[in-house]
Each structure stands twice: as structure tokens, then as C-alpha cells.
Design a protein around this ligand. Sequence first.
Ligand code: 4NP
Length: 153
Amino acid sequence: MFKILFVCLGNICRSPMGEFILKDMIRRAGRNEDFFIASAGTSSEEQGNGVYPPAKRELAKHGIDCTGKRAVRFCASDYEKYDYILCMEQRNAEGVLRIAGGDPKGKVFRLLDFSARPRDIADPWYTGDFAAAYKDIEEGCLGFLNYLSESEK
Ligand code: 4NP
């Protein structure tokens, strides 16, 4: 069982997109039983709020439903609970390290560190470009699954 947590700042745009894009890939691969996938934010600003409507619409364009997701804040105990903590940008990784008190087990990554071109994922809350965020997150999820399948060999 792989336990995966996506992390962004607010947990209303990028990390829920990551959560539901990866869940969709895993479901289509018939591997639901092997994965536990969730998302959280380093800020408490949006706690309890649903996915931001433009992010929800972008997921829906790709046939992905995120009904029921409510923003939660990353907490220190999440560090032990998950195997991979996939952050949308360096700032989020720094927030995770601050809350968790470090990364002694090497679980914290940027999602696009698993792509051919490691980089941050720009925050669509500010850029307004939810299609670009979707493409970047999809690229990162594919790269991450590729990494996992190599590590399973
Ligand atoms: P996210 O986007 O980190 O991708 O969920 C944001 C959502 C809300 C805020 C910042 C970023 N905010 O400042 O409330």
C-alpha cells in the first residue's frame, strides 16, 4: 500500500487537483486497493472550504469529480501517516518541513521532481491558468507513477 499526500498552500486548487487526478489514474489502472491518496494545505486559511470552482471545472473537463473534498491543514502527524508527501512548489515543501519538524525519512518531494523538467507548479489562484496547472499536475503524476513502477521492479 502506497500512502500519498499532495500538499499546496490552501488545499483548494493544486493539491486537490493532484489528489483527484492521481485517484483517477489509479482507478483506471485497477489499483485502488494499493493506494491511499489525500491532500492538505500548509495554511489554515481555507480550512473546511470546498475545491475552488475553477479548479473543480478544470477537473470536470477531464471527467474527474471532486465532490465532497474539504480543505484540511497539513499537521505534524501526517508526516508519519504518509509514505510520499508531494508538494506543488518549494515553498510548500518548506512549510511541510516547518510543521513536521524536518524530513528524516526523505518523504518530502516536489511533484515535478518526478518529471523530466523539475520545477514548481505555479499557483492558479494567482495566475488564473487552471489548464496549465492541470497539465503540470498530470505530468507530475505520470512521472511519479513511472518512478513507483520502477521502484517496484
Ligand atoms: P492552492 O491555491 O495553494 O493551490 O490551493 C491557493 C488557494 C488559496 C490561497 C492561496 C493559494 N489563499 O491565499 O487563500
